[in-house]
Write a new protein. Structure first.
Length: 63
């Protein structure tokens, strides 16, 4: 193979959303298990929240 036969990755490398280091294949999109666990802990504590619609509760009462 010549140097012109480079393989194009399926997706571009992205930095770890927690610390900014290059992400690792085993813990993608994070760089390490530590950063992955920090993110999981934030979800479990309720730091991250997915907003819902206010009318979702109203629909349950009407049924």
């Amino acid at each position: 193979m010549s140097s012109d036969d480079k393989v194009t990755p399926l997706r571009p490398k992205r930095p770890c959303p927690e610390c900014g280091k290059p992400s690792a294949r085993e813990t993608y999109p994070f760089c390490s298990t530590r950063c992955k666990d920090i993110d999981l802990n934030r979800w479990l504590k309720g730091v991250y929240v997915i907003p819902g619609r206010d009318d979702e509760d109203d629909n349950d009462d009407q049924k």
